[in-house]
Design a protein around this ligand. Structure first.
Ligand code: PLP
Length: 398
C-alpha cells in the first residue's frame, strides 16, 4: 500500500527545534519571557490589546477558566450547538450549570441565529459557539443577539485561528475567545491554548485563575503571585515575594517557555499554512463538486475567510460509513467531528435535534493539512470519486 494519508498532521521542523534549544540554553524553561512574547504576538494577530490575552496549557482549560470567570453555577443555563467539543459541555456541567444544546445547519454544521434563539430562556447566562471547520458562521449576528439579550458570548475559536468576518478575527466578536494549539491544530505547540477576555477586569483575573487563584500578598505589588517567578520579578517585589493569598480554588492551567517558543515560530508560519490548506480545499472542491451522491462544503459568504481546518463531505443514501471504511482500507484516514453532545448520556439532555443528527450520520472529514502533497490530494479525490460511485451503485441496485 502507498503511504497512509492522515486527516491532520503538524508541521514542526528545524526552526521550532532551534527555538526550543534557545530556551533550554537560557536555563529558564518555565513561564517567562517567551510566553509573554507569544501572548503579545497572538494579541497582535487578533488585533486586540496585549492585556486581554492569557496563554494556557490547553484550549480545554481555557474553557474552564472562561466559565469560572463568568461565575456560572447551579440554576444557570449555557447554550451551545450540539456539534461542539466535549470540553465545553464538561466545563458547564462541572460548575453545576445546565448545558442546553441547539441544532445546527446540516450543510455548514454551524448554528443559525434562529437555532440559538429557539433555546434561550430567562436562565440563559451564556452562549458558547464554535466555528465549524474554520468557517466563521453567523458569529456577528449571534454576537448581536447576545448583546441585545444581555447574555455573554464565548467563542470556541479552536478551529478558527485565522478566520475572519470583514477583517475581524473570529474569537473577538463575543466576550471571550478560546484557541487551541494541540497536536492536531493549525498552530501547534504540542499542547497549549489561548484565552481572550474583552472586559478589562475579568481579563486581569484570567491569569490568576490560570494559576491556582494565587494573589501576591507582599505590599506594593499587584498581579498574580508565582512560585515560578524568575530573579527579575522577585527583585521588583522588594520584600517577602514568596507570600501569597488565594482568591479562587482554581487549578493550574499555565504553559511554559518551551511550548511558547514553538508557538512564536508556528504563528509566524500561519500565513503559509493557511495558503496551502486553502489550495487543498479548492482542489477538493474542483475534484468532487460534480460527484453524484455527495455534497462539498457550501461556499463562504462574502467577507468571510476560513482557516480551512476541516474539509467535509455530506453523503446521500446512508453510504458514509461504507465509504469511510473503503478509504481506510486504501490508506486514507477520514473521521467525523464532533459527535452530538445531546446524545452523550452524562449530560442528561432529552433534546431531539434532527439536523445535527442527520449531519452526524452523513458527514465525513477528508484529510486536510499543510503537508499534503499534490499527489496525496489527487489520490484522495480519485479514491473518493471511485468509492462513492461504487457504493452508490450498490444501494441503487439493491
Ligand atoms: C481541539 C479542540 C478543543 C480543545 O483543545 P485542547 O487544546 O486539545 O484542549 C476545543 N474545541 C474545539 C472545537 C477543538 O477542536
Amino acid at each position: 500500500m502507498e503511504h497512509v494519508i492522515n486527516v491532520v498532521q503538524p508541521s514542526l521542523g528545524e526552526r521550532e527545534l532551534a527555538a526550543v534549544r534557545e530556551v533550554f540554553e537560557s536555563n529558564w524553561v518555565g513561564r517567562g519571557a517567551r510566553t509573554s512574547e507569544f501572548e503579545a504576538a497572538f494579541a497582535r494577530h487578533l488585533g486586540v490589546g496585549r492585556e486581554h490575552v492569557t496563554a494556557t496549557n490547553s484550549c480545554s482549560s481555557a474553557t474552564f477558566i472562561a466559565i469560572e470567570l463568568l461565575g456560572i453555577g447551579p440554576g444557570d443555563e449555557v447554550v451551545l450547538p450540539t456539534v461542539s467539543f466535549v470540553a465545553v459541555g464538561n466545563a458547564i456541567a462541572a460548575r453545576g450549570a445546565r448545558p442546553v444544546f441547539c441544532d445546527v445547519d446540516e450543510a455548514t454544521l454551524n448554528p443559525s441565529v434562529a437555532d440559538i434563539e429557539a433555546v434561550l430562556t430567562e436562565r440563559t447566562r451564556a452562549v458558547v459557539i464554535l466555528h465549524y471547520g474554520g468557517y466563521p458562521g453567523a458569529v456577528a449576528e449571534i454576537a448581536e443577539l447576545c448583546r441585545e439579550r444581555g447574555i455573554r458570548l464565548i467563542e470556541d475559536a479552536a478551529l478558527a485561528v485565522a478566520s475572519t468576518v470583514n477583517g475581524r478575527a473570529c474569537g473577538t466578536f463575543g466576550d471571550m475567545g478560546l484557541w487551541s494549539f494541540d497536536h492536531a491544530k493549525v498552530v501547534v505547540t504540542v499542547d497549549g491554548g489561548m484565552l481572550y477576555v474583552r472586559d478589562p477586569e475579568l481579563a486581569a483575573r484570567a491569569p490568576k485563575i490560570a494559576y491556582l487563584g494565587l494573589e501576591q500578598r507582599a505590599p506594593g505589588r499587584s498581579g498574580s503571585a508565582s512560585f515560578h517567578s524568575g530573579y527579575d520579578q522577585a527583585l521588583r517585589s522588594k520584600t517577602r515575594w514568596w507570600d501569597y493569598d488565594v482568591s479562587s480554588f482554581s487549578g493550574r492551567s499555565t504553559t511554559n517557555d518551551v511550548l511558547s517558543a514553538i508557538g512564536i515560530v508556528q504563528l509566524s508560519r500561519l500565513g503559509e499554512s493557511i495558503a496551502r490548506r486553502h489550495e487543498v480545499a479548492r482542489a477538493y472542491d474542483a475534484g468532487l463538486a460534480d460527484v453524484a451522491g455527495l455534497h462539498v462544503p457550501p461556499p463562504l459568504p462574502a467577507g468571510h475567510t476560513s482557516s480551512y481546518f476541516m474539509y467535509w463531505l455530506r453523503f446521500e443514501n446512508g453510504i458514509r460509513d461504507q465509504v469511510a471504511r473503503d478509504l481506510y482500507e486504501r490508506g486514507i484516514y477520514t473521521t467525523f467531528r464532533y459527535p452530538p453532545l445531546h446524545q452523550v448520556e452524562a449530560y442528561g439532555s432529552d433534546a431531539v435535534l434532527p439536523r445535527a443528527e442527520a449531519a452526524a450520520a452523513n458527514t465525513l472529514l477528508l484529510p486536510i493539512h499543510q503537508s499534503l502533497s499534490d499527489a496525496d490530494v489527487d489520490r484522495v479525490i480519485t479514491e473518493v470519486r471511485d468509492r462513492t460511485a461504487a457504493r452508490l451503485g450498490e444501494t441503487r441496485a439493491a
